[in-house]
Design a protein around this ligand. Structure first.
Ligand SMILES: Cc1ncc(COP(=O)(O)O)c(C=O)c1O
Length: 435
């Protein structure tokens, strides 16, 4: 880790003093904190000019790389025309067309600004459409930080299904009572909960790739069948997987079409925009002309469909629609995974790499985890230590969590990354200890 300049240290101290050390929840240990000055392609640069190969990608949005010239140009052109209007704009309408063309379940789209709002509204829409109060989610599934989503997403222990463990203080007990939790990849338990509570459940929401845990063969298909059987809507949270696992997201990759799906991150090319997409008859419960006439799921927001973000999204989707894009994303990820496996083997470390294509996670464990309790049993301190070591070696990432691969990562990045990984792995100490 290079020494920090006085200015860099001052900024880090100010951040600690003024904003708890981070703009949100992602916070590195003080000695590894980095203040970013800019990004370009697969790299980010700190305020001292040090370069890092970036596997955080802004927590996912920068799928085609930082400051892509086509995105920058689109945003500059729109910025010169004005940045927000709270009404219809051409970029927002054109982006909706693009989303409906690409997404199997999408006939209609509503915009919001963040993924947290998108899942919040998808659940509100489902409750309005079905007239039922409860939501069924999966242990370890992350759907943002609204009160309904922050249930058994990151609990320190296994959930006693179906009763959730709140992930935050300050969530009203009434909300907790309306969220049920099942185990990822467990069809039997999920059916049992649907059998017991189906008449009260509005929707089953899942990440079709849950963090980095792939769905077991047939699991998503069985969710589709079971939700139909029990009159419950199926919501895919595609905020990570959308346009990343394939142009048509997880729905295309896994061949299962939900009723509703939520989008964010990549669809706005690094600007704040997210969306709920899905069947028209369901999304129609948000039509404002229903007020006073029929049940209305109110959906609004000052920045919804923001034209700067929509322009960035359109430019990003233009790039993603080009030939060979997904082959490149997958092959870069495969090279990295193969290299990491052989580095671990030489170092005598047992690892499993979970994930799908350009999103993966390294677990220190002998068996590939299939669900959250299995993730809890992996050597997570070791995973975090490996990640922290990678930062010391010149990578930028969320230590112990997912790697995000962009279209900008190239062979040289892979080579440098594997060299860094070799050094980082060699410094993973036995027995594992938390940093
Ligand atoms: C699957 C998933 N859903 C929802 C969210 C929340 O999105 P946002 O951070 O834009 O609120 C995230 C964020 O990481 C996510 O990964």
């Amino acid at each position: 880790m290079p020494d920090r300049s006085n200015v860099h240290q001052y900024l880090i101290d100010q951040a600690e003093h003024l904003m708890g050390g981070s703009p949100g929840a992602f916070k590195l240990p003080p000695e590894l904190a980095i203040v970013i000055d800019h990004g370009a392609g697969s790299k980010v640069f700190d305020v001292d000019g040090n370069e890092y190969i970036d596997y955080l990608l802004g927590s996912g949005p920068m799928l085609i790389g930082h400051a892509h010239p086509r995105v920058v140009q689109a945003v500059q052109e729109q910025a010169a025309k004005g940045s927000t209007f709270y009404t219809l704009t051409r970029p927002a309408i054109e982006l909706a067309e693009r989303l409906v063309d690409a997404i199997p379940c999408a006939e209609s789209v509503k915009y919001v600004s963040t993924g947290t709002e998108a899942t919040f509204h998808a659940m509100r829409i489902a409750r309005t459409y079905t007239g039922k109060p409860k939501i069924l989610k999966f242990e370890g599934g992350f759907h943002g930080v609204n009160d309904y989503s922050m249930m058994s997403a990151m609990a320190p222990k296994q959930t006693e299904y179906p009763k959730p463990i709140p992930d935050s203080a300050g969530i009203p007990g009434q909300i907790e009572a309306d969220v049920l939790v099942s185990r990822w990849n467990d069809t039997e338990l999920t059916e049992q909960i649907l059998r017991d509570f189906g008449d009260q459940i509005a929707a089953v929401i899942c990440e079709p790739l849950q963090r980095a845990l792939i769905p077991a063969p047939g699991f998503l298909q069985s969710l589709r069948e079971l939700t139909e059987k029990y009159g419950v809507l199926l919501v895919f949270d595609e905020i990570v997987t959308g346009f990343r696992l394939a142009y048509g997201g997880a729905q295309e990759k896994y061949g299962v079409v939900p009723d509703l799906a939520t989008y964010g991150k990549a669809i706005a090319g690094g600007y704040p925009l997210a969306a709920v997409a899905g069947r028209r008859d369901i999304i129609d419960v948000t039509r404002s002309e229903r007020r006073g006439v029929a049940p209305l799921a109110h959906l609004g927001g000052t920045m919804n469909g923001n034209p700067l973000a929509s322009s960035a999204g359109l430019a990003t989707l233009d790039v993603l629609a080009e030939d060979g894009v997904y082959e490149k994303l997958y092959s870069t990820a495969e090279q990295l995974k193969a290299g990491l496996h052989s580095i671990a083997e030489s170092a005598g470390q047992q690892i499993q790499i979970a994930g799908e294509g350009p999103v993966f996670q390294v677990f220190f464990t002998t068996e590939a985890p299939a669900d959250y309790p299995a993730v809890l049993k992996t050597d997570r301190p070791k995973g975090r230590e490996f990640g922290l070591n990678l930062i010391r070696e010149g990578l930028f990432l969320n230590p112990g969590e997912k790697f995000y691969i962009s279209l900008a990562h190239d062979d040289e990045d892979v080579e440098r990354t594997l060299k860094a990984a070799q050094a980082a792995m060699a410094q993973v100490v036995e027995p594992a200890h938390a940093p």
